[in-house]
Design a binder for this molecule. Structure first.
Ligand code: 1CP
Length: 348
């Protein structure tokens, strides 16, 4: 009998194993801080053309793996492709960010396409996943992703990124039925979208709830916890054993019990919580991911080394995937990424 190869390190951590050296990847690891990304993006023309070009999207996904040997690759796409597939107009304004048509009432929700009509638009993304599952090194885990319903809804309602998600809160309070219908439509589409990514070869999926932190208590339960629970239950019913990472960013106390309440295998932490606090209150329930401040990728030096070691040591007794607390920024120095990886892998 031949012995099976050892499981990939990220899958071991997600299954609850405490590893001496945590596996590592980085949010937005394919991005503008890398000259090779900027070159491929220029070749594609613009950001959305890059997302919908499977060969080039696979190429930018692979670039940080070649350069740094991360333990996971994250599919190159964007959370705003789901609204586009549901019928919202989407475009990017250079230097400013995304713009979408806005939804403010039931008529706007009713005008969206049904959730099962998203695949016409999103089929190139599934092709990117298929290419990656062929081309990634055998030790590298492929992560698929989608935005969480609340975060995606904030963009569909306001038509852009907003500091306080004010328009989305207004709709949630003033037009709750239409708002709930929008959340339900996004939830359904997200289940189908992630399911197709898994069928195409994604080995883990991550749900990004970047604006979860602005939901007050009851609303956090209703619009961050409940949709995550619904998505995770449906995915695990369709794909038994598929590991899910949930990222309710800036949830604070809401991180406590989030894995149990939603069925997530791992909770990703932003850097507003200390690793020591999170080791006690969150990692007690299972795997955590995080949480170095992305600013260290700009500033580097001894502070990067000290903070990286602090995080590795704080989480060492339990399952942990090393990552940043949020995406790396375009002004980061690629050498600081190498220093972070070296520090994680040599940390005693
Ligand atoms: O090349 C460019 O100039 C575009 C910059 C860019 C990139 C590289 C955008 C526009 N999206 C992406 C890729 C992306 N987005 C990935 C790819 C995989 C990776 O390497 O991590 C992922 C996972 C996302 C997820 C995403 N998009 C989130 C959730 C995570 C987060 O950062 O909080 C959000 C909120 C978005 C929306 C979005 N897309 C792009 C921008 C600039 C934004 C933020 C808009 C805003 O709120 O102002």
């Amino acid at each position: 009998m031949t012995t099976p190869p050892p499981a990939k390190t990220i899958l071991r951590a997600l299954a609850g194993e405490a590893l001496q050296t945590p596996p590592i990847w980085m949010m937005r690891q394919a991005g503008r801080y890398l000259p090779e990304y900027r070159a491929t993006r220029a070749q594609a023309g613009d950001f959305l053309s890059l997302c919908y070009n499977p060969e080039l999207a696979a190429e930018v996904t692979l670039q940080p793996i070649r350069r740094y040997g991360f333990d996971a690759a994250i599919l190159f796409a964007d959370i705003l492709l789901v609204p586009q597939a549901l019928g919202s107009d989407l475009w990017f304004v250079t230097g400013e960010g995304p713009r979408l048509s806005t939804i403010t009432n039931q008529a706007g929700v009713d005008a969206l396409r049904p959730a099962d009509a998203i695949h016409d638009t999103l089929s190139p993304i599934y092709e990117t996943v298929r290419i990656l599952s062929r081309e990634l090194p055998p030790e590298t885990t492929l992560i698929g992703f989608a935005g969480a319903p609340w975060t995606v809804a904030t963009y569909m309602i306001a038509g852009r990124g907003t500091r306080d998600q004010g328009l989305a809160h207004q709709m949630r309070l003033e037009a709750p039925e239409a708002f709930d219908a929008l959340i339900a439509r996004i939830t359904e589409a997200t289940i189908d979208y992630l399911s197709m990514q898994i069928e195409a070869g994604a080995e883990v999926v991550k749900i990004f709830d970047s604006w979860a932190g602005s939901l007050p208590d009851d609303a956090f339960q209703r619009y961050a916890v409940a949709p995550a629970r619904q998505i995770i239950a449906a995915l695990k019913a369709r794909h038994p054993g598929i590991p899910v990472i949930a990222f309710p960013r800036e949830a604070g106390q809401g991180y406590i019990g989030f894995a149990k309440a939603t069925g997530a295998d791992c909770v990703a932490l932003d850097n507003s919580v200390s690793p020591e606090w999170a080791a006690t209150h969150v990692q007690c329930d299972g795997c955590v991911q995080g949480n170095l401040a992305s600013g260290h990728m700009v500033t580097g030096g001894q502070a990067l080394i000290d903070e990286t070691r602090r995080i590795v040591r704080a989480f060492r007794k339990g399952p942990h995937i090393f990552n940043l607390g949020h995406g790396i920024t375009p002004d980061a120095d690629p050498d600081n990424v190498a220093l972070m990886i070296e520090t994680v892998r040599n940390c005693k």
